[in-house]
Write a protein that binds this ligand. Structure first.
Ligand SMILES: N[C@@H](CCC(=O)N[C@@H](CS)C(=O)NCC(=O)O)C(=O)O
Length: 250
């Protein structure tokens, strides 16, 4: 992945995406897939995980990634703002369903995947606990992202969301759809595929990460593995080949 610095990106016109360098962060990988599918060109600027990222802080009033900045519009720092921007810049292929009920379902599913107390957020809480247990706590990141919930809640939410996604895939299949919402690909499929990286990292030809990072991301908690239905993995494998530029780069 070719990155420029945030300092250099600020001066450029067009679309700038700030992405975390060196980690297949699911929020960022999903954003890349959205702009890739829509064929919207962008320049990638690097955010360094857990660092002050001072230029990014000055530019966007926060220092997380991903961020999308289009021309001199306000920086979009949340998954939903970034998705809406992509949909506006290039309405096709449509990733937000047209039908209002499907649209509400799609945003609801993405909320459960992307937001605080959702799938990715709770998985990250477990990764923080593992880093602390290994003697390498990331205080800055815990401070930034901790939801304050205890372990039992965190695990149960992950299990509930995985089961809900499986049930959703099954009911969609029964209705003749191969996607989580409606009859076509939507952002919900993309976000599930991206967050699956934090549970079952895809093979190196799809996501070339180090062995250490792969082992760290792979969940080995029996109760979570039990909820990670093979259908969920088959679905994300299909979405990777349909919607992502492969191999992923970061
Ligand atoms: N605010 C974001 C979520 C962003 C987020 O959680 N980013 C994490 C990805 S792990 C990040 O930037 N972590 C690195 C850091 O904070 O330095 C959204 O709603 O899309």
């Amino acid at each position: 992945m070719d990155y420029i610095s945030v300092e250099d990106a600020i001066a450029l016109p067009g679309l700038r995406l700030v992405l975390t360098r060196g980690t297949p962060g699911p929020w960022g990988q999903a954003v890349k897939a959205i702009f890739h599918l829509k064929n919207i060109p962008y320049v990638a600027a690097a955010q360094e995980v857990g660092e002050p990222n001072e230029a990014l802080q000055r530019w966007t009033n926060q220092n997380s990634a991903p961020v999308a900045v289009y021309n001199d519009e306000r920086p979009r720092t949340r998954w939903n703002e970034i998705l809406l921007l992509g949909e506006r810049l290039s309405p096709e292929p449509r990733l937000i369903p047209n039908d209002s009920a499907d649209r509400a379902m799609m945003f609801g599913l993405c909320h459960e995947l992307c937001e605080e107390d959702g799938l990715g957020w709770n998985r990250r809480e477990i990764l923080f606990q593992m880093m602390a247990a290994a003697g390498a706590p990331r205080e800055v990141l815990v401070r930034k992202y901790s939801s304050g919930y205890e372990s039992a809640h965190i695990r149960q939410r992950i299990i509930d969301i995985l089961k809900m996604l499986t049930a959703r895939l099954q009911s969609q299949q029964a209705a003749g759809s191969a996607y989580l919402v409606g009859m076509t690909l939507s952002a919900a499929d993309i976000y599930w595929a991206a967050f699956s990286i934090l549970f079952a990292p895809p093979p190196p030809e799809i996501c070339p990460m180090t062995d250490g990072m792969r082992a760290f991301f792979a969940t080995n908690a029996p109760e979570i593995l039990a909820a990670l239905d093979p259908q969920l993995i088959a679905h994300r494998d299909r979405i990777f080949s349909e919607a992502f530029a492969l191999p992923m780069s970061f």
